[in-house]
Design a protein around this ligand. Sequence first.
Ligand SMILES: [Zn+2]
Length: 218
Amino acid sequence: MCQRGVDVYNTLCDDCLRKLPRTEHHILRENNVEMLFNEINNHPRKHWDRPRFVRGGAWLHYNDDVVKVIHAAKFRERPELAEFLGRQAALEWQETGFFDDIDLIVPVPIHPRRLNERGYNQSEYICRGLTSVLNLPIDTTTLRRIKNTPKQSQLTDAERKTNVERAFQIPEPICWHKKHILLVDDVITTGATIRNCIKEITPIRSCRISVFSLVVAR
Ligand SMILES: [Zn+2]
């Protein structure tokens, strides 16, 4: 961010790291990420099922510095930045119990064709950072992206919504039976992408969902 040369292992200097705008979602009673997905708990469920949506939060607010870092992580072959930020987030949020009783960490998948072009899924690197602290398994195979959609960032809100409809699939839902899944994304804007993942997950018996994003854009 400050363009000062830093140790490659650090990726951001301490000053820049401190400057990133924290949301403190992990200690608020309510936050705007949870409010995007709370409605899932109103869906009908069997009486023995616990509420489907457990908790959600984003580590950072959106500003010019954050955009610069996320953009580099995503499009300029700097996935280690995503890993670094995931690790920092886990270090800061772990103590408040945000990651308690999660069974699996699941990056929002990108389409195989885009994975081929870019060479990596930035959300998977966020997961690697998280798990370097939390020691939880990462599941990159159960949830699949079956539609290669245009980038959400280039679309209007209405277009974002239809863009990701039926974009995901879970061929073997049994894998997540009775599991508590942490869905991980880099940036949450309207929540349309995560909501469409959740649509595939809610039919799975006793599967609970939490959401973590590095950044919330509004
Ligand atoms: Zn710096």
